[in-house]
Structure formats: structure tokens, C-alpha cells
Write a protein that binds this ligand. Structure first.
Ligand code: GLU
Length: 374
């Protein structure tokens, strides 16, 4: 260990004990094959940090990446049913590899395949939480992936970066580490990794849209997952998972990769619940005036600022709130169904009754039912 210059650059991780580690497809697999060596190094790292008192929950991608070649496909498929079939071959091979390499360290692994409904539904959420807590208490390493073989696009979280961020809430983790093939966010000019970013600061210009060979999410998905984890006050570190001992060194406080630090503000339990729901059922597009009122002035969303409504959804559904440039800057629960909101868009409060024949509330999304994502 290079301890000489470490003290000066030591990163503060607080009293992090329970850690969710997301490992991307591009780390554990390549060209349609698993990389047992990489998995083996990861297992060694995880059993080492377990001995130091850390609890690790893994979110591992790679089911599709490890399965498509065996289905006779030359490259990672895009059709839903082909991905489902590839995942059903790849997932058990992925687990067999993990079980084997962890076995060398006498560590058991457990598999949990989740879908968006397991997070949206309170009962299933709690059931997942209890299972995971029991496993961690027994020193087992839970390995989570999306239930790719059965979930269609509608039922999916969609990418494992977001799934991992949601899992931090399920297990009340202290830290999220996203291991991929990127070194973190870096300056375009000199390639230097930015060690620390406050969630909410503008980082878009550091994000290229490049998507890795086999994974789903690019850098934008990772930053958005970091933002989601920050709602539970969980910091996120994005680092290169192909380097051996990365995990160990990160948990020893070495400033590897980019750490996204949550802003001080904590969400109420209700708002956390809104943020954790896996899927938005529609989109409400608002004008610039509404964007400013919502994001800077603590206002509720009123009919007058609404430009467009996409999707069919009922009262109480979660929707994305998008600005004129297309950026989703908030999510919230609606007080009216999609068709009613369509009829109300651009109207003044006094006109609600004339349009609908009744007034329920004047807010389309009440402030208390909204979470800003910026
Ligand atoms: N769950 C998918 C898989 O295991 C990957 C999703 C992702 O790469 O984010 O193949």
C-alpha cells in the first residue's frame, strides 16, 4: 500500500459500513463471454473488506452479455424477447461463476432477481429488505440483478445503475460504488478525473453519451443514479472496476474515481417514497416560468404552466416533469388523471371548474408530492 502520500489525500467516507457495489456488464463480461478472472479479483476484494467489517450487496449486470453468444447470436440483441432468452442463459452462468470464486473464500452468495414492481409495491419492498438484512447478518453476499428473463420493458427499472441506487434505499446502505470501465467523471481537456462533485452542480458537459460495449447505461445514467441515491443521503463513487483492488482501496479512503456527495437537504419519508418508485407513468412538459417557479421558488405545479401531457395515467400516479429543453427536472404525484390534465393545460385556476365541471384541488402536482432532481 502506498501509505506515504495517502494521508494528505484521504477521502472521508464517514462511518460507511453497508455498501452497495454495482458492477457493470462491461467489467464482468466481454464479447459474449464472462471474465472469470475479473470476477475472481472482485471476490477476493469483497471478502477482504468483509473481514474489515463492511457489508456488501452486489448489483451485477451481465446476464444478457454472458448469454447471447450461447443462443447463437453474434452480438448483444436488442429485441425484448431475445434479451430475455439471452438473460435466462447468462444469469445462471453468471451466478455459477460468482458462487465458485466466492467459494474459495468460504463466502456464500445469494441471488435476488428484482423488477420495478418489487420496489414500487410496499409489501414486496419490505420483503426484499428483510431477506437482504437476513443475508447480510449471516455474512452472505447478496447478488442482485433485474429479472431480465421475465420482465418486459414496461416492468423494468431498465438499467442496473438505477436499480443499484434503489437498492441503497431497500437496504439503507451508507455508500454506493459503481464499478464500470470508466475512471469517473473527467475533464475533457487533460483527462484528469474529478475526485468530488456535489450532487446538483452542473456536470453535463463532462458526460459523453458513449455507451459501453455491453451495458445499458452510459455516464449520464450513472450520474442520474448518483442523484437518486443522494435522495437518501447516500454518496456515490464511480470508478474503474477493471483495476484489481479498486474496491479495497476505495473503502480504505483512497480518492479513486469520482465521488458524488449529496447535498445537505434530506427528503421527508414521503418524498423518499416518491423518489424511489421505479417508474413514472407519464410526462408533463412545462414552460420556463413554471420550471423556475418549481425549481427555485418552492411552488406547486399549476395548470397555467403546462404545455403538454404524455401518457395515460390515473390520479396519484408518478410522472416526470420536463422543461422546454426536454430535461426531466422533477418527479411528482398527480392530483388529476392524464386526460383531465390535458384539458386543463394552460388554463387559469379560476377556469378549472368550467373545464372539468368540478374542482378537486388547484395544484396538478402539489409541492409536497414533488421531488426535484436537480
Ligand atoms: N440487467 C442487465 C443484464 O444483466 C443489464 C442492465 C445494465 O447493463 O444496466 O444483462
Amino acid at each position: 500500500m502506498r501509505s506515504s502520500n495517502r494521508a494528505a489525500t484521504q477521502r472521508q467516507l464517514g462511518n460507511a459500513k453497508r455498501v452497495v457495489v454495482k458492477v457493470g456488464s462491461a467489467v464482468v463480461a466481454g464479447k459474449g463471454r464472462l471474465r472469470p478472472k475479473v470476477v475472481s479479483i472482485l471476490a477476493r476484494d469483497i471478502s477482504a473488506v468483509q473481514k474489515q467489517g463492511f457489508e456488501v450487496v452486489l448489483v451485477v449486470s451481465g446476464a444478457v452479455a454472458a448469454g447471447f453468444r450461447l443462443l447463437g447470436m453474434p452480438r448483444s440483441p436488442t429485441a425484448v424477447v431475445e434479451r430475455q432468452a439471452a438473460a435466462s442463459i447468462g444469469q445462471h452462468r453468471l451466478m455459477a461463476t460468482f458462487a465458485r470464486v466466492f467459494g474459495r473464500h468460504r463466502v456464500h452468495v445469494a441471488q435476488l432477481l428484482m423488477s420495478a414492481e418489487d420496489i414500487d409495491n410496499r409489501r414486496r419492498f419490505l420483503s426484499a429488505r428483510h431477506t437482504l438484512q437476513m443475508l447480510l447478518a449471516r455474512g452472505v453476499v447478496p447478488i442482485i440483478n433485474e429479472n431480465d428473463a421475465l420482465s418486459d420493458d414496461e416492468a423494468k427499472v431498465g438499467d442496473n445503475d438505477h436499480l443499484a441506487a434503489m437498492v441503497t434505499s431497500v437496504v439503507s446502505a451508507d455508500l454506493l460504488i459503481i464499478l464500470s470501465r470508466v475512471r469517473g467523471l473527467y475533464h475533457e481537456e487533460d483527462g484528469a478525473v474529478i475526485p468530488r462533485v456535489e450532487v446538483g452542480s452542473r456536470v453535463e458537459h463532462h458526460i459523453s453519451s458513449a455507451v459501453s460495449e455491453s451495458g445499458v447505461g452510459g455516464m449520464a445514467a450513472k450520474v442520474s443514479a448518483a442523484r437518486l441515491a443522494s435522495h437518501w443521503n447516500v454518496p456515490t463513487i464511480i470508478a474503474d472496476g477493471t483495476e484489481p483492488t479498486t474496491l479495497r482501496r476505495i473503502l480504505a479512503g483512497e480518492p479513486i474515481g469520482t465521488m458524488f456527495v449529496p447535498r445537505e437537504k434530506k427528503l421527508t419519508a414521503r418524498k423518499k417514497w416518491i423518489a424511489v418508485r421505479a417508474k413514472s407513468r407519464g410526462v408533463i412538459r412545462v414552460d420556463n416560468g413554471a420550471r423556475i417557479a418549481l425549481s427555485r421558488k418552492g411552488a406547486s405545479l399549476l395548470p397555467s404552466g403546462i404545455l403538454d401531457v404524455e401518457g395515460r395515467f390515473a390520479i396519484g400516479s408518478r410522472v416526470d416533469v420536463q422543461d422546454e429543453s426536454g430535461e426531466v427536472f422533477a418527479v411528482g404525484l398527480v392530483s388529476y388523471a392524464a386526460d383531465d390534465i390535458r384539458r386543463l393545460r394552460g388554463k387559469r385556476i379560476a377556469e378549472i371548474e368550467g373545464v372539468l365541471g368540478y374542482v378537486y384541488v388547484k395544484e396538478i402536482v402539489h409541492r409536497n408530492d414533488m421531488v426535484l432532481l436537480i
